[in-house]
Design a protein. Structure first.
Length: 314
């Protein structure tokens, strides 16, 4: 009996040591942060927020940009794997295309924490922390209706078609706007989240539709492009609403140009992702569900002065 107990204790000890070894096999202190281009201040804010929090928690960081190019993103994930990163924080380049690289990282023992954009799979990333785009779009849509006085012709500029958020935001807008029959959608085009494309697409739309009363946009950079095109055409009075909560749009609101935007807390979400990565690396769990939604806030003339770098100042 004694021998059996001793043997059982030895087995438990060996299993425990093996488990500890497996959990601690990656002692890296490197967190790799991958986002779209920093030309968009929203994505730059993500990178800065994640890197700052990671450094506060004692990690080294490597900040990389995929430019919404899935092939480049694949290369960056492979680079993170070859460097034996402790974790990856990523605002991804495609809901389907990102599944494979996240799985490769997982198979290599590197957990991925997704921010801003979800992927079309669960159980591969440890966390998917995103703004509540539908809730935020409904806020933006409701504000747009009020600014429009519940009637008039309007245009919608949509984000990158392969991005899940573009569809969610558009649906949120239309679920409230479409209830008002006197609001007429006269043009709907994708400007791929780009200020340059927002300008060029708006310029073309203006040529066909001189009687536009409003423009609702899937993000702030497209809203800035649209506003610039409208002003160049002598139509600066047209109502424009964006989505993101950028400093540029804040300033435009304070100049009585763009009417409103919807703040998604990019900086804070990035901090949360790093904190969850740190907890997971130390304990094997984040203590949270994989998919996490963070509510958005409407920004208009009333509260625009409190907005700073995708966060409300206290």
């Amino acid at each position: 009996m004694k021998k059996s107990i001793v043997f059982l204790m030895a087995v438990i000890l060996v299993v425990g040591l093996l488990a500890s070894f497996c959990f601690a096999k990656n002692n890296s202190k490197l967190i790799v942060i991958i986002t779209p281009s920093h030309d968009n201040p929203f994505f730059k804010s993500e990178a800065v927020g994640a890197a700052s929090r990671a450094k506060e928690l004692g990690y080294k960081t490597l900040v990389l940009v995929h430019d919404d190019d899935v092939n480049k993103q694949n290369e960056l994930f492979d680079s993170a794997i070859s460097r034996k990163a402790a974790a990856i924080i990523c605002d991804n380049a495609g809901a389907d295309a990102t599944i494979a690289p996240v799985k490769r990282a997982k198979d290599a023992g590197i957990p991925t924490f997704l921010i801003d954009r979800e992927i079309n799979a669960t159980g591969i990333a440890i966390s998917q922390i995103v703004s509540n785009n539908y809730q935020g779009a409904k806020l933006g849509g409701e504000a747009f209706i009020k600014f429009m006085g519940e009637k008039g012709n309007y245009v919608e500029l949509v984000g990158k078609e392969s991005d899940t958020n573009a569809g969610i935001r558009s649906k949120g807008y239309h679920d409230v706007i479409d209830q008002y029959p006197d609001l007429k959608l006269v043009a709907r085009q994708s400007a791929n989240w780009s200020q340059t494309e927002g300008y060029s697409k708006m310029e073309s739309i203006i040529q066909a539709h001189k009687d536009i009363k409003g423009v609702i946009c899937g993000n702030d950079t497209m809203a800035m492009g649209a506003m610039a095109a409208l002003k160049a055409a002598g139509m600066g009075q047209v109502i424009v609403v964006g989505f993101d909560g950028s400093n540029d749009v804040r300033d435009s609101i304070l100049r009585n140009e763009i009417k409103a935007t919807v703040l998604q807390p990019a900086y804070h979400i990035s901090e949360i992702a790093v904190e969850q990565a740190d907890k997971y690396l130390k304990t094997g769990s984040t203590g949270e569900k994989e998919k996490q939604l963070k509510d958005c806030v409407l920004i208009s003339k009333e509260n625009a002065k409190k907005l700073e770098t995708f966060a409300i100042k206290k």
